[in-house]
Design a protein around this ligand. Sequence first.
Ligand code: FPP
Ligand code: MG
Length: 340
Amino acid sequence: MIQALQKYVILDKVIERCNDVVVKRLGENKHTEASIALESFNNGGKRLRPALLVLSAMAPNGGDIGDPDATLLDLAGAVELIHLATLFHDDVIDDVDHRRKKQSARLKYGNYASVLTGDYALAEALELVQRSGHPEVMPEFIRALRVLVRGESLEMQHKYDYNLNEAEYSDIISEKSASLFALSCKVGAMCKSPEFADTMGNFGWNLGMAFQMIDDLDDMLDNPNKSYDCDLRNGYLSLPMIRVFGNLRNAHREELIQMIEAADFSPKNERFIVSLCMEYRGIEYAHERIVGQLTKASQSLERFSEGQAHDLLRNVVSDLTTYADNQVDNFTRFLAEPAA
Ligand code: FPP
Ligand code: MG
């Protein structure tokens, strides 16, 4: 998972209060799933979605972050719990051993415990939505949950699909990931400036698309960014690989497929894969698309006047832009280094 975002001290108090909401909810139950959920929640995480929700509520009015009211914090807690729930399930689906630099719950407690903990976290999220006093946001949550499931399912359907195209890839990341960013931003705005709900929803969606493309670049291989998981090991193709498979017509195609199916990502093979991505301008192209989504995200903010929340959202966009620029350099440097 990417470490793209600076720590914004100014947000600390808000995040702390959102953490308190979640910890209190999870702590009220003493059963196994509640304690696994709490353990994983306390293992870290950027709390990006709750922060976006609160900032999206404040940004349209040019206001300061101040002290968000309890209803906003409940909804912020809800989006973080949904995120957590999806991770418990995703770790089972992807066979992931590490999450937040610790053993994943599925490795530590078993797949069944991870699935049930995800179900439980989802129930607590819905409880927070219900008690938030904003009944108008519930249909948005329900819609987003449906879309998340569809996105993950679509991704599964395209495992080891070497003919996956860019439009299909975009649908997958839009549904499994950008949808929750869109929900967070839209719901925040709905509570304070409903006339800007769609604008903030679009902002969140564009940011989420960029975020997932960046995450996919990080997770493409084992080596270049020392990531914990490698999407190719699961047969998931991201933009550079789609570009490579779309163009590769010679024996290299079979060679590449064999490597992926044998999950043989030796240093030599990783160099081979990265060099193909470079040759077919796959990394460059992914970077262009990331910058394109981030530019659209910035444009959504242009209509709002200056303010603390607005500034922070712009900083999030610019942190992701810097991180994406560095990713391109990392891949270039990786190839320039002498082979091991
Ligand atoms: C992480 O992506 C996973 C998601 C963004 C979505 C997972 C969605 C589901 C499991 C379906 C919906 C579930 C619920 C509870 C509503 P990734 O595997 O690319 O990221 P990673 O690098 O963090 O593993
Ligand atoms: Mg996954």
